[in-house]
Design a protein around this ligand. Structure first.
Ligand code: ASP
Length: 338
């Protein structure tokens, strides 16, 4: 039995029968509230052509890998982790995995999270000894009683779980950091070379939705800084009855509006993925007059397999694997200077 499941079942046993009746009444009450009227359930309107995979930016190979895995019948979470791992291993990608830009002291620290169709989730933050942080997040979810492990604890857990220790700083990323040190200024760049954090949402042949988000965070961040990407609700959120959303861009601003959770809740209330992404971007823009200085993008999918995406500035693209085709989708944006 998985450790987390074991702990859950023992805990339930320890609580005992005294609470069983009232707890059940409470669960039933909550369930009632959660049940959507038939006309509001996206799935009841349309049956999607499955499987589907979407991801942030022009990560063509990663999205294709996820699409192929889904076509082979892999469950949504397996496929998403397989997909993002392409970028975690891509040394040329300076914003994800090995080769990601370090913090201002030269340490590469990675953040990631995963969410499964049953609502379970796991995350790691500030990990510097393995590039496989999406897979490590899944391990946290499945093999520990916790949701998040950070820093040294996450690294020790990686070693115990059999992840090989890697040096994440490459020659190229070290050289770029040395260059940056000559006139160190913290200035996140909008649309870094058109690739950034990879956030992926997959819908498998059964119609189940899973999601993953993995990143090295903002280049030359302060030591210890964590953004939105590994934070469930901010960088990633899903509800298998409704849909899912992921974010990329200036994590601090996504966290302030709990962006991905917001999008899923807007979809729960009947909005399309596109409208929900647009509303979440408007929420940020309306609360921060400096929005012209940073980029944020969201992508989303609902249970009917409809997708949407929106961002603040021009230049963000989403990859979409649908009907066996992997295509780049140019995404509409908020800031359109006259
Ligand atoms: N959202 C990431 C972070 O704030 C970075 C990015 O996607 O550009 O760490």
């Amino acid at each position: 039995m998985k450790r987390r499941k074991f702990i859950r079942s023992t805990a339930a046993g320890a609580v005992g029968a005294t609470f069983a009746v009232s707890a059940m009444a409470c669960v039933d009450e909550n369930k009632k509230k959660d049940i959507l009227p038939e006309e509001k359930k996206p799935m009841s309107k349309n049956k999607p052509n499955l499987p589907i995979a979407i991801c942030t930016w022009q990560f063509t190979a990663a999205n294709q890998t996820a699409g192929d895995a889904l076509e082979r019948g892999k469950p949504a979470l397996d496929a998403a982790i397989e997909g993002v791992s392409v970028e975690e291993q891509n040394l040329k990608n300076t914003t994800v995995g090995k080769g990601g830009a370090p913090d201002r002291e030269g340490n590469v620290t990675l953040d990631a999270c995963v969410m499964a169709p049953d609502g379970d989730c796991g995350a790691v933050m500030a990990v510097s000894n393995t590039s496989h942080v999406a897979a490590l997040s899944r391990k946290v979810m499945e093999d520990t009683p916790h949701v998040i492990l950070v820093g040294e604890g996450a690294e020790e857990f990686a070693t115990l779980s059999g992840f090989e220790t890697e040096d994440l700083l490459t020659e190229a990323s070290e050289k770029a950091w040395q260059e940056w040190l000559k006139s160190p200024e913290y200035k996140p760049i909008i649309n870094i070379e058109n690739h950034d954090t990879i956030g992926m949402l997959t819908m498998d042949k059964e119609g189940d939705i899973a999601g993953v988000c993995t990143t090295s965070g903002l280049s030359y961040k302060m030591k210890g800084r964590v953004g939105d990407s590994p934070i469930i609700g901010s960088g990633l959120f899903l509800d298998n009855e409704i849909g899912g959303a992921v974010a990329t861009g200036m994590g601090e601003e996504v966290i302030k509006t709990v962006g991905s959770f917001l999008i899923v809740e807007l979809m729960r209330n009947g909005m399309s993925p596109q409208d929900a992404c647009e509303e979440a971007i408007r929420r940020i823009v309306s609360k921060n007059t400096k929005y012209k200085d940073f980029q944020i993008a969201y992508i989303a999918i609902n249970k009917a397999g409809e997708t949407g995406a929106y961002c603040i500035h021009e230049g963000f693209t989403m990859m979409q694997y649908k009907n066996k085709k992997n295509e780049s989708v140019l995404v509409d944006f908020y800031h359109k200077p006259a």
